[in-house]
Design a protein around this ligand. Structure first.
Ligand code: GTR
Length: 424
């Protein structure tokens, strides 16, 4: 018995380092971070140094956008897809009268194929005028974010997972959506299941994704810049904003996007492309999100494209085990969002997502914020746990694991309070 326990203990120690599974090819060793050189933010391809906002916006920014479109997430098609909105429910007495809840079905179609998605909204009743809004995808259906039995299963459920699956039960992810606190602070929150826009399956389910609606759609395309799921999710969040623009309760100058993990990656890419997102929040987004790829710490490109090839464009594969070759890095994605505000959050126990690399991306985006006369971080030393930094960009590292906690939401709201009140 004793030797059995010892063997088990040994196994656990070798399999996990501080709670992180040991996976071949993955390093959690800071001393093994290569001597990397980050691609210059403010030097154009032809060597011109960027010293003005005009040069950044007209010359360098388009070059940086092109890297992400041609080599990481793929090119977002520009065709307009027809959509209709149908209000399914509206309850002015939700959350004990504090909020109005609303569910609206989006039907996207190209005349042949149809993709349906449901947006769930909670809007504070006790407000003067229009409401600031958080836009964010949920992972397991709108009904997983609340115990409210009037909330419908998301349309994607029936082909992605059965709603009876134990992981996908009503309220199962409500710990990630502190609606009560959000409403109490005067924010509206709108959410949709990300599978409604693009089912997150390696094998595709392409006919259910919005990608299938575009004229250029080819499920077998291997074009290097063919957009992937992250691109489609980013596109979908902009379609949520299109809907919000039809609503008179929305303060269009106060729209924030919040994404966790893979959705933190998509939120940054959405923020880079769509200036209607005034605050962009990326929680524990890691590799392909806020973390610098060239640090090769935690999840790396080889690993992410092995498990999730459908998230990225085919050209990204050339950087597997070859991060040094990348002509761009994720700090440039943050910089693309300037002069709008970016907030990156990490979790101390989430080594997989490389908290330090997430912090450094924001730090290294600083020169572009400075160009606009805005404030970046003063130091490249990561702050301590629960010591948020709130400048024109923001960051915190929270105690605990990969997740979205009330602590995170509270800081997101603090950050939005600062920037949204300024714009009044
Ligand atoms: C992991 C993946 C991460 C992150 C995470 C999530 O499996 O390796 O990049 O996106 O999933 O989205 O929860």
């Amino acid at each position: 018995m004793r030797s059995y326990i010892l063997a088990l203990g040994f196994l656990l120690i070798t399999y996990f380092v501080k709670g992180q599974a040991i996976i071949e090819g993955i390093s959690y060793d800071e001393s093994k971070v290569p001597d990397y050189v980050l691609p210059e933010l403010l030097t154009c391809e032809d060597g011109t140094k960027v010293t003005t906002v005009a040069q950044w916006e007209q010359k360098r920014r388009p070059e940086v956008m092109e890297y992400f479109a041609s080599q990481e997430y793929g090119r977002t098609p520009q065709d307009k897809i027809a959509v209709t909105y149908e209000t399914l429910t509206e309850n002015r007495m939700a959350m004990e009268g504090k909020a109005t809840s609303k569910q609206v079905k989006f039907t996207f179609t190209n005349g042949k194929n149809v993709v349906e998605a449901i947006l769930l909204m909670y809007i504070p009743n006790n407000r003067k005028g229009k409401a600031p809004v958080f836009v964010g995808y949920n992972f397991k259906g709108n009904h997983s974010t609340t115990l409210d039995t009037t909330v419908f299963y998301s349309p994607s459920f029936y082909f992605v997972k059965s709603p009876d699956h134990p992981d996908w039960k009503r309220g199962n992810q409500m710990n990630r959506w502190c609606y009560d606190k959000i409403i109490n602070r005067g924010y509206a929150v709108v959410t949709m299941c990300y599978h409604d826009i693009y089912p997150d399956k390696v094998e595709g389910l392409m006919e259910h994704s919005v990608s299938s609606l575009f004229p250029s759609y080819d499920p077998n395309s291997t074009a290097p810049d063919r957009w992937g799921a992250i691109g489609a999710w980013a596109w979908g969040s902009s379609r949520i904003v299109d809907y919000l623009e039809t609503q008179d309760w929305v303060d269009l100058n106060k729209i924030a996007i919040m994404g966790h993990s893979r959705q933190g990656k998509a939120a940054l890419w959405a923020g880079a492309q769509d200036p209607r997102f005034k605050v962009v929040i990326s929680n524990d987004s890691g590799c392909g999100g806020a973390a610098l790829s060239k640090r090769v710490y935690g999840e790396n490109i080889a690993r992410i494209i092995k498990l999730f090839p459908h998230w990225f464009c085919p050209a990204f594969q050339q950087y597997a085990d070859n991060e040094a070759k990348l002509p761009f890095d994720q700090h440039q994605l943050v910089a693309l969002i300037a002069p709008r505000h970016v907030y990156v959050a990490s979790a101390d126990g989430d080594w997989w997502a490389d908290p330090k690399g997430e912090f450094l991306s924001v730090y290294h985006a600083g020169p572009v914020y400075k160009l606009y006369g805005l404030s970046g971080f003063k130091t490249d030393v990561q702050p301590d746990i629960h010591k948020p930094i709130m400048m024109d960009v923001g960051y915190h590292v929270r105690e605990g694991e990969h997740d979205v906690k009330d602590y995170d939401w509270e800081r997101f709201m603090d950050f939005c309070d600062i920037h949204f009140n300024k714009s009044e």
